[in-house]
Design a protein. Structure first.
Length: 82
């Protein structure tokens, strides 16, 4: 499973190949009040997410679907380098 990193985390491609454990912590909107499911996942950084804020990463569809209801669209997460 893969993800795109925010510009600070991506650090001019230095983060490519780094692995992160990602855990869903809750919703970002009222659309799906309980979006989290399953436990944490591990993703590999493979790209830049230029539109992501400093506390965001963009999960692949497969990764997102493992930890949250796809109908949520966006979720709150915590992530740590493995």
């Amino acid at each position: 499973m893969v993800a795109a990193a925010n510009p600070a985390l991506f650090n001019n491609r230095a983060a490519c190949g780094d692995r992160y454990t990602v855990h869903c912590t809750g919703p970002t909107n009222q659309g799906v009040p309980q979006p989290c499911r399953n436990g944490p996942i591990t993703v590999t950084i493979v790209d830049l997410c230029p539109g992501c804020a400093a506390d965001q990463i963009d999960l692949s569809e497969q990764a997102f679907n493992q930890i949250a209801d796809p109908a949520a669209g966006r979720i709150r997460i915590e992530y740590n380098r493995v």
